[in-house]
Write a protein that binds this ligand. Structure first.
Ligand code: FES
Ligand code: FES
Length: 230
């Protein structure tokens, strides 16, 4: 059951709210990014012009270059990833996707858009699908994460959804496939696999540039009865 005390997590295709301090969120989109760039550019240009006129350096003015990296704020998170407990020192600004891929070397979740729009980075957080590119790793502290690497049982068999994707030829290049499968498992778990139309709607946040959509729907329809029977 969804815990109402926790902040809602971003799902692929959803547009996140702006953060309280007025800075755009990770997926705030190109417009917000443009505003931020202009603001920083304007502040940096004014500081540079003032420094040049007065003969002071930017450091003496108490300003930093607009291109200088912001100060890192580190944190330690403890989470369970694919059944294994891990403790990691992270940059508080890191996305869950970057921590999974770059610190834990779990590269199944893919970075497609990094803006919450393609679903390639879909993982499960406490059993619910999330766009890991829009989820801060710090938000995963104390929680359970499942990636495509942890989906199959440990006896070497594939998860029924993985097998269905193979049986139904539901992929071409395979780049979107880990995210599609994680979303497909969630789709069935959410009770949204009752019809092809329902599946297409529930899977609409996961894009496939190869256009394997009909076969993805067929794979979900194949796996759903078996999953629902277990
Ligand atoms: S939705 Fe996360 S990489 Fe595209
Ligand atoms: S199989 Fe190529 S993007 Fe989906």
């Amino acid at each position: 059951m969804h815990d109402k005390t926790r902040p809602s997590m971003p799902v692929p295709g959803e547009r996140p709210n702006q953060e309280a301090d007025g800075e755009p969120g990770a997926g705030a989109g190109p417009d917000a990014a443009l505003r931020l760039t202009r603001r920083r550019f304007t502040a940096g240009s004014l500081a540079a012009a003032t420094a040049a006129a007065s003969g002071l350096s930017l450091r003496e003015l108490g300003c930093s270059s607009p291109d200088a990296p912001a100060t890192s704020a580190d944190a330690t998170v403890r989470m369970t990833v694919n059944g294994a407990r891990v403790e990691l020192d992270i940059d508080q600004r890191s996305s869950l996707l970057d921590v999974l891929r770059e610190q834990l070397r779990l590269t199944g979740a893919k970075k497609g858009c990094d803006h919450g729009q393609c679903g390639a980075c879909t993982v499960h957080l406490d059993g619910r699908r999330v766009a890991s590119c829009l989820t801060l790793a710090a938000q995963a502290d104390g929680r359970e994460i499942t990636t495509i690497e942890g989906l199959s049982p440990r006896d070497g068999r594939l998860h029924v959804m993985q097998q269905a994707f193979i049986d139904r030829d539901a992929l071409q290049c395979g780049y979107c496939t880990p995210g599609q499968i994680m979303a497909a498992v969630a789709c069935v778990g959410e009770g949204n696999a009752g019809s092809a139309e329902q599946i297409r709607e529930a899977m609409s946040g996961n894009l496939c540039r190869c256009g394997a959509y009909p076969n993805i729907v067929a794979a979900i329809q194949q796996a759903a009865p078996e999953m629902e029977g277990t």
